[in-house]
Design a protein around this ligand. Structure first.
Ligand code: CAA
Length: 380
């Protein structure tokens, strides 16, 4: 067993850490306050090769692996949870299914610009009436000659509005339930495809979340991803890896909160000594660090399994479940360590606490992660 990161992975961490401190952290509070997405940050990630870390060079990637990818999401999220999810939704949710199920033409036309960071990706599964019960979707796709016509809507779509390429799921045969779901690639600007309400959120406020709408939206059959009826499996398999991206986001947010709380505890004096030397605070810091380390190990393990092409769905669900839960605990404790100051927007920990909450909800609530894990336990 090898618990030390390779030189390549250490270099990835160093590069993304430096980028995050220079280009992401300085505006994180302001972007949160203004609920503003900054496309130039994603563009720069593209220039560094971060938008296509695990994909082969032939399709525009840099030929690294899923461990490098989660390290990148972690380091971005350490300073800004919104930037972390921008990359995670782009890479795990939009690019991955095209990489896995796309044909040669689809990879050239859609995956390459995503991998090079020239286009931003999004994933449309959730609907107003189907969240956890993803198979209950109502958006339809009806075959019409060489096209499909899409009607319906999706909600809570990360990167929507700004993204150019969307992987969306629609029902092609309602009688077949989940076996009647099909995946499509839809481009921004397609007639009949538009954007609805932009959500005002508790956290990850500089990551855009919008409703997307299909009204007689005509998509060429060449943009069907996989076979008719394969969509639900594609959606689920995509989430298997996506969940580990969210685990990495949660680890990063928690680490950012610990970094801030530790620095503050060392400087803050009460009762004649720094609070970092007082047991009540030491116990908190020790628990926070231990929880983060455990979550990180689960996350890296799941990423390693995926890179090695070994089964990773259960590991990924465990990583997301644990990392999401501890991110909420750690960030709440960080606010507690800062006391009254932590409750103000002067310090980043209140933003981190707000950002952490979503990691227990999206890409399958943590209750759904327990269902997924238990299903594997029973099957195994
Ligand atoms: N891989 C491959 N196939 C899978 C699979 C997986 N991980 N999970 C399920 N399937 C297959 C099953 O094998 C089964 O196939 P057969 O019919 O051929 O036997 C089929 O799919 C149906 O499986 P289930 O009966 O288990 O399906 P279900 O309807 O009971 O749902 C669920 C299972 C786990 C609850 C699923 O609906 C789920 O994951 N729900 C949560 C949805 C979710 O995570 N949404 C996130 C939205 S995206 C997001 O949040 C992004 C963002 O903002 C950043």
């Amino acid at each position: 067993m090898q618990f030390k990161l390779s030189e390549e992975h250490e270099m990835m961490r160093k590069m993304v850490r430096e980028f995050a401190l220079k280009e992401v952290e300085p505006t994180a509070a302001e972007r949160d306050e203004e609920e503003r997405f900054d496309r130039s940050i994603f563009d720069k990630l593209g220039e560094l090769g971060i938008a296509g870390i695990p994909w082969e060079e032939e399709v525009g990637g840099v030929g690294s692996d899923f461990l490098s990818y989660v390290i990148a999401v972690e380091e971005l999220s350490r300073v800004c949870g919104s930037t972390g999810v921008t990359l995670s939704a782009h890479l795990s949710l939009a690019s991955w299914p095209i990489w896995k199920f796309g044909n040669k033409e689809q990879k050239e036309k859609f995956l390459r610009p995503l991998a090079e960071g020239k286009k931003l990706g999004a994933y449309g599964l959730t609907e107003s009436g189907s969240g956890s019960d993803a198979a209950g979707m109502k958006t339809t796709a009806v075959r019409d000659g060489d096209d499909y016509i899409l009607n319906g809507s999706k909600i809570f779509i990360t990167n929507a509005g700004d993204a150019e390429i969307y992987v969306v799921f629609a029902v092609t045969d309602p009688a077949l339930k989940h076996k009647g779901v099909t995946a499509f690639i839809v481009e921004k600007g397609t007639p009949g495809f538009s954007f609805g309400k932009k959500e005002k959120k508790l956290g990850i406020r500089s990551s855009p979340t919008l409703e997307i709408l299909f009204d007689q939206c005509r998509i060429p059959a060449s943009q069907r991803l996989g076979e008719e009826g394969q969509g639900f499996k594609i959606a689920m398999m995509t989430l298997d890896g996506g969940r580990n991206g969210i685990a990495a986001q949660a680890v990063g947010i928690a680490q950012g909160a610990l970094d801030a709380a530790l620095a503050y505890a060392k400087e803050r004096n009460q009762f004649g000594k720094s609070i970092a030397k007082q047991q009540a605070i030491q116990f908190k810091l020790a628990d926070m660090a231990t929880q983060i380390e455990a979550a990180r190990l689960l996350t890296y393990q799941a990423a390693w399994l995926e890179s090695e092409q070994l089964p990773y769905a259960k590991a990924s669900a465990m990583a997301k479940l644990y990392a999401g839960d501890i991110a909420m605990q750690v960030t709440t404790e960080a606010v507690q360590i800062f006391g009254g100051y932590g409750y103000t927007r002067e310090y980043p920990v209140e933003r981190m606490m707000r950002d952490a909450k979503i990691t227990q909800i999206y890409e399958g609530t943590n209750e759904i992660q327990r269902v997924v894990i238990a299903n594997y336990l029973v099957k195994e």
